[in-house]
Design a protein around this ligand. Structure first.
Ligand code: ADP
Length: 376
């Protein structure tokens, strides 16, 4: 009964995921997810029904002392985890346009949470917040001042994941985050890479939206803005352009498959497009590693996380190929053996830079942030 439970809610456009942790020992005590919300047939009718069903299945609801909510975009206003109330929710709505697929659903989750679980703090934790420490030169695009006044700048995403793994990495190295410089590679469906100096994000590959940076499952990452102008002039509409950039580019654009396992399988049949997709994916990541090494000057560790980063030794080895000049020596056997079951070091003893694989846990990081807000 007398637990210190934190409920974490991740409310998406057609899904709702939740976990409950007992924060006395960070033990996960409940978890679940609803998908295809409002799509008829089997799923819950709406987000309210999904959350009500989730709460009904949690045995010890009275032990929940606070609720954490994942929010994708905090804009320029929400720079840290924030206790939400009606005025804060109204302010958050200003940033819907910056993440139209996510933020409205995130806000709905907060509003429903406050209604169905009243009387305890509801804390929003933002994917963008970890990157608010980006120095001005990394934060700004070189564009006219009017654009910048309209919010055109780099925000960065996956911040909760980058923050979690960078703290775990410092712990594995026996240092404090403040003493640690590292580069974290979140390689999942969406991928991003972050340069972390002394525990703070100083550059990251995603920008104003999650389209910039690395090659991803269905997004191109960096692309010349001139190419988009060309397509617009040739008659492609913004809607189609949006669709193509978000869903038909990246690995899928290069070889027709977006899941890295399927890309490997295709490459194994001798398919040249799949081989190119893998090479382009790894090349882009390696290029950013070099850039962020230059940004940081001293790098204590590289950290791989998320679906591909945790489970795919071939991609890790390929990304790191030729980085010996960087002082980096991979232990091929350790790399091969590491499939993301637990955090592991995969560098050779002679390596000047540690290479770590750390399973990400955004929900636990959100719960930790909630505790730090309510204890403030
Ligand atoms: P999301 O960004 O949706 O949270 P994940 O971090 O779960 O995604 O990563 C999903 C991706 O990870 C999949 O699309 C797949 O390409 C990749 N992946 C998952 N497991 C493996 C594996 N064993 N080997 C290679 N890639 C994998």
């Amino acid at each position: 009964m007398t637990g210190m439970h934190v409920l974490v809610i991740n409310s998406g456009s057609s899904s709702l995921k939740f976990r409950v942790y007992d924060m006395r020992d960070e033990r996960e005590i409940a978890a679940g997810k609803f998908e295809h919300i409002g799509e008829g047939a089997t799923g819950p009718a709406d987000h309210r029904a999904a959350l009500a069903q989730a709460l009904a299945g949690i045995a010890d609801r009275d032990a929940i002392v606070a609720v954490g909510h994942r929010v994708v975009h905090g804009g320029e206003r929400f720079l840290a985890p924030t206790r939400m109330d009606a005025p804060a929710l109204a302010e958050l709505a200003r940033f819907d346009a910056l993440a139209p697929l996510h933020n409205p659903a995130n806000r709905l989750g907060i509003a429903l949470g406050m209604e169905l679980l009243p009387g305890r703090p509801h804390v929003a934790v933002f994917d963008t917040a970890f990157h608010h420490s980006l120095p001005p030169a990394a934060r700004h695009y070189a564009v006219p001042p009017e654009w910048r006044q309209r919010g055109v700048r780099r925000y960065g995403f996956h911040g909760t994941s980058h923050r979690y793994v960078s703290r775990e990495a410092a712990r594995m190295l026996g240092k404090t985050p403040a003493e640690t410089n590292l580069i974290s590679l979140h390689l999942g469906n969406g991928s991003s890479i972050t340069a972390v100096r002394g525990g703070l994000s100083v550059d990251t590959s995603m920008g104003m939206t999650p389209l910039e940076g690395l090659v991803m499952g269905t997004r191109p990452g960096d692309i010349d803005a001139g190419a988009l102008l060309h397509l617009l002039r040739e008659g492609m509409g913004p809607q189609e352009l949006d669709e193509e950039l978000n869903h038909h580019s990246g690995l899928r654009g290069l070889c027709g498959e977006n899941d890295m396992r399927a890309v490997h399988a295709l490459a194994a049949t001798g398919n040249a497009d799949a081989a190119l997709a893998i090479e382009a994916y790894c090349y882009r990541a390696r290029k950013y590693l070099g850039a962020y090494g230059a940004v940081l000057g001293r790098v204590d560790a590289l950290v791989f996380t998320a679906g591909i980063g945790e489970h795919d030794p071939a991609i890790r080895a390929r990304v790191l190929a030729g980085l010996e000049w960087f002082g980096l020596r991979l232990d091929a056997e350790r790399n091969r053996a590491c499939r993301g079951q637990r955090a592991a070091a995969i560098h050779a003893p002679s390596s000047r830079v540690a290479v770590l694989v750390i399973p990400t846990n955004e929900e636990l990081e959100i719960a930790r942030e909630v505790i730090s807000v309510i204890e403030r």
